[in-house]
Write a protein of this length. Structure first.
Lengths: 317, 203
């Protein structure tokens, strides 16, 4: 009987100790907002536009339906030239006008500043974000400026006009791969330039593909299939290269100016199809990587899709 | 709340014997406080302060002085308040739903396993206002100490519930995990009657 009481006492002591630990575990944890409750997790297409009727950042769903106008820069002649991810609550925007990298809130549409530097003064084009190095690369004239997420300028600039075999000449499009290669669609320079940007102190030129003759690549991405896809503005094509960017570009979409004319921006959708911003048709078209047109009409064609400077997918993590 | 629970445990934990338990069909009301988290798809977590209340009925399947096994069923309500709330943006949720499960008592200690189906309503208020509704199935595990005073018992327990917030209710690309940890103060009234005797009382 004494042993039985001792057992009960032992169990009681252990249980009270366990209860004490449990009570400590009942504290309320700190954290963020739940994206699902704020509607931030829903995948969206963001486009930046430069139109005579307005310079806007516009939000669409993945079916191409207009969701909201995030930002209107018309009043102060601010042109959103580049888009990049910032965090779940904001989108980073490269603004030409009062030159800066801004962030636009997806929660309340307010505009803040990520980076503003006296050296960011030239004509700006697309922007790319290096997720591994947490840096933004902004095309400025014939140079590329780099900024950290906290707005610190990296380099003077990070990539000058000439670096090894790479010479920037009216570059338009930029994209950073997962292995920290910066792909630059060199516009009128008619080249694909590839830089190694893994070293925060200095970039190096990996290659300069001159196989574009006079076709003027304006946009470049690396697709999830590994290949690089480029939109060539002068001859209205979409072409591809292997992952290393070397070789002769293969035509994915042959010129059909009734559908795609002077493409300016490219992006891969979650299902692997490509969206192509077509300047002269004032539309965004959808094609597969084998060059098949998706749907029977433009993916998006509205008052905002006159000149799309860059596209970005957000949400859906 | 936690200090109160701890004090009560230390005061009463050893003062009553299991033989003072009346047993039989019982009804219980509980009040709880704790925390909850929902994991965002990018790995960040939303944290919540939780206040809760529940009612529960218990039908004994087997009962002796030191051991009892019961079927339980009841209703639980949770009020969640995001700890990141500011004056500009707030997020809160309310969840209510039935539960059913099993409870095993040994001496004055018990463990329970319950299945809850919570109907959740999430409110985002402020600069970004939105209401989200979804159904949240939860597996709930509870352990506690029961202090009997004849027909009335006081118990202190800790519960941990886990489930997944469905993507269909949030627009996210995937289900995201939810869990809560709640400390409970519960009051149980035991009729002393078996299920069938209890039915006789009623009808």
């Amino acid at each position: 009987m004494d042993r039985y009481k001792s057992l009960r006492l032992f169990i009681s002591i252990v249980s009270v100790y366990a209860m004490l630990m449990f009570i400590i575990a009942c504290s309320a944890p700190s954290g963020e907002f739940f994206y699902g409750a704020l509607g931030l997790g829903t995948p969206r297409l963001v486009i930046a536009t430069q139109n005579a009727t307005g310079n806007n950042i516009v939000l669409y769903d993945l079916d191409g339906k207009l969701v909201d106008v995030l930002w209107d820069g018309s009043a102060v002649a601010d042109v959103p030239k580049g888009l990049a991810p910032f965090d779940a609550f904001n989108v980073a925007v490269l603004v030409d006008g009062v030159d800066r990298i801004a962030k636009v809130s997806l929660v309340d549409r307010t505009v803040g500043v990520v980076a503003s530097d006296a050296n960011l003064t030239g004509t700006l084009y697309q922007m790319a974000f290096d997720k591994a190095g947490e840096r933004y690369f902004a095309i400025e004239g014939n140079t590329i400026e780099a900024f950290t997420k906290t707005g610190t300028r990296v380099g003077v600039p990070y990539i000058g006009t000439t670096l090894g075999a790479c010479t920037l000449s009216t570059p338009r499009g930029a994209f950073v791969t997962a292995d920290q290669r910066l792909l630059v669609a060199n516009g009128v320079g008619n080249r694909l330039l590839i830089y190694n940007v893994s070293n925060p102190a200095a970039a190096t030129c990996i290659s300069a593909n001159a196989g574009f003759t006079t076709t003027q690549p304006f946009a470049v991405i690396q697709h999830s299939d590994g290949n690089l896809y480029l939109a060539t503005n002068a001859n209205h094509q979409i072409v591809s290269l292997p992952a290393d960017g070397v070789g002769t570009p293969a035509v994915v979409w042959a010129a059909n100016i009734a559908v795609i004319r002077n493409p300016t921006a490219l992006i891969e959708m979650p299902d692997g199809t490509l969206l192509v911003a077509s300047d002269q048709t004032n539309s965004i078209e959808r094609i597969t990587t084998s060059g098949t047109y998706v749907g029977s009409t433009s993916f998006i064609k509205d008052v905002f899709t006159g000149t799309v400077t860059q596209m970005l997918l957000i949400g859906g993590e | 709340m936690r200090a109160l629970l701890l004090s009560l445990i230390l005061l009463f934990g050893f003062t009553a014997s299991a033989s003072e338990m009346v047993g039989g069909v019982s009804a219980e009301v509980g009040f709880g406080s704790g925390g909850a988290t929902i994991k965002n798809p990018d790995g960040t977590k939303a944290g919540y302060k939780v206040l809760s209340v529940e009612g529960r009925g218990s039908l004994p399947v087997f009962e002796s002085e030191d051991l009892a096994l019961s079927l339980t069923g009841g209703l639980r309500y949770l009020d969640l308040d995001n700890t990141a709330n500011t004056g500009d943006q707030s997020e809160m949720a309310s969840m209510i739903g039935p539960n059913a499960g099993l409870r095993l008592r040994a001496f004055k200690f018990f463990v329970a396993y319950e299945y809850n189906v919570m109907l959740a309503r999430h409110y985002s208020v402020g600069l970004n206002s939105k209401t989200t509704q979804y159904s949240l199935p939860l597996m709930n595990l509870e352990a506690g100490l029961l202090i009997p005073f004849k027909q009335l018992s006081v118990s202190f327990s800790y519960s941990q519930a886990k489930g997944n917030v469905p993507k269909s209710g949030t627009g996210l690309s995937k289900d995201v995990p939810y869990n809560d940890q709640i400390c409970w103060l519960q009051f149980t009234y035991s009729t002393g009657a078996s299920f069938f005797t209890f039915l006789d009382y009623l009808f």
